[in-house]
Design a protein around this ligand. Structure first.
Ligand code: GAL
Length: 356
């Protein structure tokens, strides 16, 4: 059964119970448990810190745990927070298909659950989701490649290889779908040529979004398919993958006047990638303002726990196989060497001392 607090307009006894339940912390408004996937990517630490700041600012205590990329560890950490009677849970899953048990356990205790950035699948007890428009992220990457190669104004053909995200991350397929929405017509016309022939998500996915996995695959692609011709573009679906691709290309002699770097996309505006963009290695990244995402998650929690109706702007797109999850979507932005200063530095998202 759907929990009472999630029904619009119904402020029920369970809501009041949740709001007043003992967390043992003595925090004014209760304790929020935050479960994050890992610290291997810069972004998750930043996301976590932002949420702590937001929630503490709203008068909550925060219990934040990182799961070291292990699904089992994440389930145990969440169950532990439930035992400690947190008042709400915000979860960014390692693998969104493995968390239905702990989420159902939370529901039994009337603890609301919000999925952060990545959807939690196969449970009717997930209450809200906040993320960036995932298909748009991929479309931005695809469109950047089309524009950078000026495909609409030439008959020339260009070589491209595709690198998708982690196969167990629900977001990754949406990113890939977005990129292919834009690029497929150019592939069909023969303007974008994938010499390896690897064009399906499963063939191009990158386990764990790992830079070293991407580097190894890129080494193999370059050796196997690009000894006679150069590669012109690489769809890399996040910054870690882009950096693995860059390392491989540099080791094969790209990045010189006679063999320029291909167009390389990315995602997350991580500091190392922004520096790489400034250096002319990676070409672009998709900036997802994690400060805004953290604010959105904190205000959904705050609304639930204070009996308000959380603000959402998408009630159609995100079906977790059990129900469509009410979602608050934010807009991603393309960043390259032309606008990083304004979008990332002047805004204060990245400190100027962190870039060259
Ligand atoms: C996705 C997320 C991306 C990127 C990627 C790698 O789920 O939406 O922004 O961070 O994971 O962790």
């Amino acid at each position: 059964m759907k929990k009472a607090f999630a029904i619009a307009g119904l402020v029920s006894v369970s809501l009041l119970t949740a709001a007043c339940s003992e967390s043992g912390s003595g925090a004014e408004n209760g304790t929020v448990g935050i479960s994050m996937p890992d610290k291997s990517l810069e972004r998750w630490e930043k996301d976590g810190n932002n949420m702590v700041t937001e929630l503490e600012g709203l008068g909550y205590d925060v219990d934040i745990q990182y799961a070291q990329g292990e699904t089992q560890t994440q389930s145990e950490q969440i169950e532990n927070m439930i035992t400690k009677k947190v008042d709400a849970l915000i979860i960014a899953p390692v693998d969104g298909s493995t968390l239905s048990d702990p989420v159902n356990l939370a529901a039994n205790q009337d603890i609301p659950v919000i999925a952060y950035d990545r959807l939690i699948m196969n449970t009717e007890n997930l209450d809200y989701y906040t993320t960036f428009d995932l298909v748009t992220v991929g479309e931005i990457q695809g469109q950047y490649i089309v524009d950078a190669l000026d495909l609409d104004n030439t008959d020339e053909s260009f070589n491209i290889e595709l690198f998708g995200g982690a196969p167990d991350d629900n977001n990754a397929r949406f990113f890939f779908e977005g990129a292919m929405n834009v690029m497929q017509p150019y592939m069909d016309e023969g303007q974008l040529v994938v010499q390896s022939g690897q064009v399906n998500f499963n063939a191009v996915a990158t386990e764990s979004w790992s830079a070293s996995n991407a580097q190894t695959r890129m080494d193999n692609l370059l050796t196997g398919h690009y000894s006679d011709e150069d590669i012109d573009a690489v769809l890399a679906q996040n910054d870690a993958i882009a950096q693995g691709v860059v390392s491989s290309l540099v080791s094969m002699g790209y990045g010189s006047d006679s063999r320029p770097m291909p167009i390389i996309t990315g995602q997350d505006a991580e500091v190392s990638s922004v520096n790489s963009i400034i250096d002319g290695n990676q070409t672009m990244t998709v900036f997802k303002d994690t400060t805004a995402l953290a604010k959105a998650a904190a205000s959904i929690v705050d609304a639930i726990l204070t009996g308000e109706e959380p603000e959402v702007n998408d009630t159609e797109s995100f079906d977790n196989n059990e129900k469509v999850i009410p979602t608050y979507l934010l807009d991603p932005i393309a960043v390259d060497v032309g606008n990083y200063q304004e979008i990332l530095i002047d805004s204060g998202y990245i400190d100027s001392s962190d870039v060259e």
